[in-house]
Each structure stands twice: as C-alpha cells, then as structure tokens.
Ligand binder design. Sequence first.
Ligand SMILES: Cc1cc2nc3c(=O)[nH]c(=O)nc-3n(C[C@H](O)[C@H](O)[C@H](O)COP(=O)(O)OP(=O)(O)OC[C@H]3O[C@@H](n4cnc5c(N)ncnc54)[C@H](O)[C@@H]3O)c2cc1C
Length: 328
Amino acid sequence: MQEFDVVIIGGGPIGIACGLEAKKQGISYIIIEKGPIVNSLFNYPVNMQFFSSSEKLEIDEIPFISKEAKPKRNEALEYYRRIVTSNKLNIHLFEKVIDTEKQGAFFSVKTDKNEYRAKNVVVATGFYDLPNNINVPGEDLPKVSHYYNDPHFYASQKLVVVGASNSAIDAALECWRKGAEVTLVIRGPEVGPRVKYWVRPDIINRIEEGSIKAFYNSTVKEIKPHQIVINSPEGEVTLENDFVLALTGYRPNFAFLEKLGIELSDDPKRLPSYDPDTMETNVDGLFLAGVICGGMETHKWFIENSRVHAPIIMNAIKHKMDLTAENS
Ligand SMILES: Cc1cc2nc3c(=O)[nH]c(=O)nc-3n(C[C@H](O)[C@H](O)[C@H](O)COP(=O)(O)OP(=O)(O)OC[C@H]3O[C@@H](n4cnc5c(N)ncnc54)[C@H](O)[C@@H]3O)c2cc1C
C-alpha cells in the first residue's frame, strides 16, 4: 500500500491547487480524480464563459491569460491542464475513491484501482456530480437531462428548461438563438436574482417580446415521451415537448461526508463542520477544500474565493508534521 502525507480526493481547480501547494511545501501527496483533469469544468457547457475574470481563477499566482477579460471553458481547461503537466503533479486520473476510513492515526483510502495510506486527507470533490432531481414521473426518460452541453443538439426542437438560475438562463438563451422553441418553467415569481447582471436584461426582453415562453410560479407535474405537464397559476398546462433540461442545481455527496464522520448542520443548509483557520473538520487530519464547504449553499463558494483553501490546508498539515517531528 502506498503511503503519503496527504491524499487529495478530487482533481478540480481546488484539488490541483492543494497538490501544487503540497509540492511547494515538500509534503508528499497524491491527487485522485475519477475523471479527466478538472472533470467538472470538462463537463460544463461547451460555450460556457466564466463570470470571473481570468486573474481571479489563477492558482498560486500563475498568470492566466485569456482572450477576453472573462475566460471561456476551453481556456480554463488549457490553464489548469498546463499547471498539472508543467509542474508534473502527482495525479491519478480516471481513478475513483470508493471508501475512506480512519484506522488509528492513518486513513485508508480505497479506490477502484488501489489502496493508499495517509495521515491526512483533503476532500475536494465539489458538487457537480449529483443533480437536484425534480422528482416527477418521467424524470428518468432519455429526453431529460440535468446537464447542458451544446445548443446545436436542440435546434428545431421543443425544449423545456426547468430553473431560473445562471445555468438555466444561459441554456435557454443559447438554445433559442440556435433555433430551439424554448419554454422556461420557473418555480418563483421571477428570473433568479443572481443571474449575471449582463444576461438578466437579455432574458427578460426575450420573455417580454414572446420569443421565449416563461411560466412563473410553476412546477413540472409530469414528463411524458412527447409531452410535458406543468402546474401553473392558471391551472394544468400540457405542452408538446421533445427535450427537457432540468437545471435545478447540484449538491455535494453528503453520504460520503457523513460516512467519513464529518458533522453536518441540522438544517436545510447541511453545512459541514470545519475550522476556517485550518479547514480541518471535526475529524482529526481530515480537511475540506473548495466548493464542497458550502453544503447546500452551492453559490457561497467558487474558485475565486476558495483557492485560498490550498495554502491554508497545507500550512496546517506542515505545522502538524513539524510538531510530530519535534516530539519524536
Ligand atoms: C456553469 C458554471 C459556471 C461557473 N462559473 C464560475 C466562475 O465564473 N468563477 C468561479 O470562481 N467559479 C465558477 N463556478 C464554480 C466553479 O467552477 C466550481 O465551483 C469549481 O469547479 C469548484 O472547484 P472544486 O475544485 O471545488 O470542485 P470541482 O471542480 O467540482 O472538482 C471536484 C472534482 O472531484 C472529482 N471527484 C468527485 N468525487 C470523486 C471521487 N469519489 N473520487 C475521485 N474524484 C472525485 C470530480 O470528478 C471533480 O473533478 C461555476 C460553476 C458552474 C457549474
């Protein structure tokens, strides 16, 4: 069994930042990523543009140059990939962590390929793997997706987009511009207040001019192979429908956190317990990094404000290692 000072679970931007910082501080580490480098970003919509400007997405002050102030998905893939390859980070790709257990002073980290031993573990698994389901009959039909990729796919099709946040609104506008007939189903009375300030007027104008139909204060009741049934303030509405994009957000893997012994707040936010000065959880040697720290409040943390977790965590681990060395 290979042994490291720290095993980092998740090779997203923040897991990579943790690996880079560990390397700088002489801490032995491995990053384990179940997909390709920055798997979540790889699965973002192909034309996606970040709301952050490129310097805010930089890690370890390595310059991120993009064509426009706000980079596109492809530029971010290039940036984080180059960080991994140029720094020869120790990352195992397409290897999934399936169990992590504390045995005495060590963690045993089991993957679908190997088993590792470490005194410290950083969980940087994000939240993009688990969509918030809308829990209606028909949600499992092949025409329904919780991930949006390329607008071309929906050209000349009747598309319902469920949701009112950035992902839903971006998808609705892009698909309408590529010739889809788009209907939005919005649970609340308006387009989400956190929709990017330069996109909000665009969607509101498209709805007001009737180019995109919107049902406010409405929910999906049922999805059928060729139709969708909507509960609206005017009553039940049935529409002809080819595809549904249910873009209602994502959630961290709480079962994994609980299995590790991390305490979660006893309210709908399900905030994990950790010390913000070290990012160490209530379990000794177990740290959280990146957007997973926000529990159900997935808008609280992003790359911009969570990249600092990397030096905070590695300073804490280094400090522990120095104390152990002094005492031995
Ligand atoms: C459409 C969209 C636009 C965004 N725009 C911005 C922006 O402009 N600015 C900004 O700062 N943030 C933005 N964000 C948020 C930011 O991109 C994400 O929050 C970012 O990916 C978080 O980084 P992370 O490393 O914490 O998590 P992630 O990038 O999600 O990385 C987690 C990684 O862990 C891996 N993983 C999960 N489980 C396992 C397992 N069991 N074993 C091994 N690996 C595992 C996943 O494959 C994934 O690669 C955006 C998010 C979305 C969805």
